[in-house]
Design a protein around this ligand. Structure first.
Ligand code: MOS
Length: 697
């Protein structure tokens, strides 16, 4: 467990240094920058899922008071398309008459006030030549195609068919996860300010540098003339990772109008203006010996992607690594549909993927008459990754299983489904493994000591809400041996030393390692001096050894998740009584923010298991409820006891700090642990998440 360290140093649970600013409303989010002479933008979005824009009638909209410009595909300058990411989708709206998905931007209205822009946007009349759209992917799995990005689409070790023939017990099952949306508290927002040939964007971005490069490329502005500022983010969860069309359109409009342009997505627009976590269809086959030894695993998944893209949700990712088994086959396929493109969402790949493998393992445990935890321990992969053969950089998952089981009281579980009860409620205990790939981005930082003894950290990173304003000063304070209240950080500006994206749970380890290196360098520069008479700065960069995902090691963070659910025997609404999670995730830098990340992830997992689904009308190709009344996320009443603990460990191969990713890990394993607990409570195996009460009737 985390050891007790003095406040302000690495490992301690220091309170957020930006907490006061946030609760007092002083933290400045993208849409809150006070610029003079701003034009307000309002997007108009297509009401059809596929077709062509036949006619645009702007007469009424244009003559409304305050309206200064309306951009459509007829008058928007041509933008140069980047070859690949980080533009989050292959279709750039307002560049042709084509409509590729419902909710695609088809016009941008600019007016003197927000209300004028909103009103005029409603008066834009667009006529379409409608084409038949196909938005359902499950009826065309055969058209699925492989795509690789950071991982190969297919992997294969051993002979799965031969191994299955020798198995005593076999499980074949199909699992599904739903389309889900990020629903960040702060919708995406951009203020673009073009003046004197320079573009400044105040943006809600998880990667200010990628926004900078993409705007530069698409608008043909030299990169040194583009500056992106993002001081605070109200969450992102992946939705602000890649660059989306509204950011480019805000910049374009500012340049065309020669005025600052503010563009804030509405909640409804958020459903199609950036990506979402696509549904998955996962087919699992497991074969085992009578004693529980796995002999074969096959995991194939399919997901929808837009007509122009090849987004893959690597649901089989956890299956490639989790269990020692000589025959493992995985494949991931995407299916084209007439919808907007998906994007990573906490926790991409492993989050949906763990539902498949961890529910299948639970089914196998029942088929064998074996305790689900015992089955995991029996097949524990101790030293090497079963698919790549690479050694694990660090793995203490066994300790996670044992610690979490003890904290949970797993030994009180009676194995037969439906056999535990409290009053009128059925009680279910379920468990699952958590695993998350380690992503690492190069980062740099500068640390400066002033003559008054104060320290300033500068880094072009961004704080998604994870606690960078606190964690990074802790690191510098620790290295320099100064109290943390003497350290402050300036971040969220591309004028600062460049840092990686805040994605893949990578900021603390990447930027933290750069801060650690810069502070260490500064300490060495100061060695032997008793006083400083002028500011002294040290710059340093950190680059991950072996690339973004290590080429030498199998590098992951891990966890074990145990859940207790209660299900009323007559009206079967499942609710989560408690969740216990123990994690093996490298060095913990701030015990409090680390715990906060995990409880956020656990809450996210409750949503995956029981609530979150963006329902689509198959004929209109449109989400039924583009709001938080129809897209249910867990609220306080849905979340009860959450118990979080970490194994004390340092992964020196992962980063200079020994830290790994935490933010997304907490969202993995919770869904299947809850689903398995629902089965234990009710004896009903629901293989499609979220689990609705009607499935249990
Ligand atoms: Mo995360 S879903 O990589 O922002």
């Amino acid at each position: 467990m985390s050891t007790s360290t003095p406040m302000g140093t690495i490992g301690s649970g220091h309170d957020r240094l930006d907490g006061r600013e946030k609760v007092q409303g002083q933290a400045r989010y993208a849409a809150e920058w006070p610029l003079e002479n701003v034009l307000y933008g309002m997007l108009v979005q297509s009401t059809i899922a596929r077709g062509r824009i036949a006619q645009i009638d702007l007469l009424d909209a244009q003559t409304e008071p305050g309206v200064r410009a309306i951009f459509t595909h007829l008058n928007t300058p041509k933008l140069s398309m980047p070859d690949q990411m980080p533009l989050g989708q292959g279709v750039m709206p307002l560049q042709s008459d084509r409509v590729a998905y419902e909710g695609q931007h088809v016009a941008l209205v600019l007016a003197e006030t927000l209300e004028q822009a909103q009103h005029a946007a409603k008066l834009v009349r667009i006529t379409y030549d409608v084409e038949r759209a196909h938005v359902e992917y499950r009826d065309q799995l055969a058209s699925g195609f492989p795509a690789a990005s950071f991982a190969p689409a297919d992997t294969s070790t051993g002979d799965v068919d031969a191994a299955l023939a020798s198995a005593d017990v076999r499980i074949d099952a199909t699992y599904e996860t739903a389309d889900r949306h990020h629903a960040a508290m702060e919708p995406s927002a951009t203020i673009a300010d073009w003046r004197d040939g320079k573009m400044t964007l105040y943006d809600a971005a998880q990667g200010i540098s990628v926004v900078r490069y993409t705007v530069s490329e698409m608008l043909g502005i030299p990169v040194e003339n583009v500056r992106v500022i993002s001081k605070f983010l109200g969450g992102g969860f992946g939705s602000k990772g890649y660059v989306w069309p509204h950011q480019i359109l805000a910049a374009m409009a500012s340049r065309e109008c020669n005025r600052p342009v503010k563009l804030v997505l509405t909640r409804a627009q958020s459903f199609t203006s950036h990506g979402y976590q696509c549904a998955t269809h996962q087919e699992l086959t497991l074969g085992a010996k009578r004693d529980g030894t796995l002999v074969a695993i096959r995991h194939c998944s399919w997901n929808p992607t837009s007509a122009d893209d090849d987004y893959i949700e690597f649901a089989p990712a956890p299956t490639r690594t989790l269990y020692a088994c000589n025959a493992i086959e995985t494949q991931a396929r995407a299916v084209h549909v007439d919808r907007n493109n998906p994007t990573p969402m906490r926790a991409p790949h492993e989050g949906p993927g763990a539902v498949g493998i961890e529910c299948a393992m639970d089914e196998l445990a029942y088929a064998l008459g074996m305790d689900p935890l015992e089955l995991r321990l029996r097949n524990y992969a101790a030293d090497t990754d079963p698919t790549t053969g690479r050694p694990f950089s660090q793995k203490n998952l066994r300790e996670c299983y044992l610690t979490a089981a003890r904290r949970f009281g797993w030994e009180r579980r009676s194995p037969v489904p439906g056999s535990m009860r409290v009053g009128d409620e059925l009680v279910g205990y379920g468990m699952a493994s958590a695993i998350m790939s380690t992503f690492r981005f190069p980062s740099s930082a500068r640390v400066t000591l002033d003559v008054d003894g104060s320290v300033v950290i500068e880094s072009g990173t961004q704080d998604i809400g994870g606690g960078q304003y606190t964690i990074l000063p802790q690191i510098a304070a620790d290295v320099l041996g100064v109290p943390i209240d003497r350290v402050r950080i300036v971040l969220g500006d591309t004028a600062l030393p460049e840092a990686g994206m805040t994605a893949g749970s990578s900021s603390t380890m990447g930027v933290g390692s750069a801060v650690f290196a810069a502070a260490t360098k500064l300490r060495e520069m100061l060695a032997g001096r008793s006083t400083v008479t002028e500011k002294i700065s040290a710059d340093a960069s950190w680059s991950p050894d072996g690339g973004m995902t290590s080429e030498r090691y199998s590098m992951h963070s891990y966890g074990a998740v145990f859940a207790e659910v209660r299900v009323d025997a007559d009206l079967p609404i499942p609710r989560v009584e408690r969740i216990v999670g123990t994690y093996s995730a490298g060095r913990v830098i701030n015990a409090k923010t680390a715990r906060s990340q995990i409880i956020g992830g656990m809450t996210w997992g409750i949503g995956q298991a029981l609530l979150e689904a963006s329902e689509l009308d198959p004929n209109l190709g449109r989400y039924l409820s583009k709001n938080l009344a129809g897209f249910l996320v867990p609220v306080n009443a849905d979340v009860h006891e959450l118990d979080v603990s970490f194994i004390d460990e340092v992964d020196e191969k992962a980063s200079l700090l020994g830290a790994k990713g935490i933010g997304e890990l907490g969202a993995v394993g919770v869904g299947p642990a809850i689903a398995n607990a629902v089965f234990h409570a009710t004896g009903k195996r629901v293989r499609s998440l979220p689990i609705r009460p009607e499935y249990l009737l």
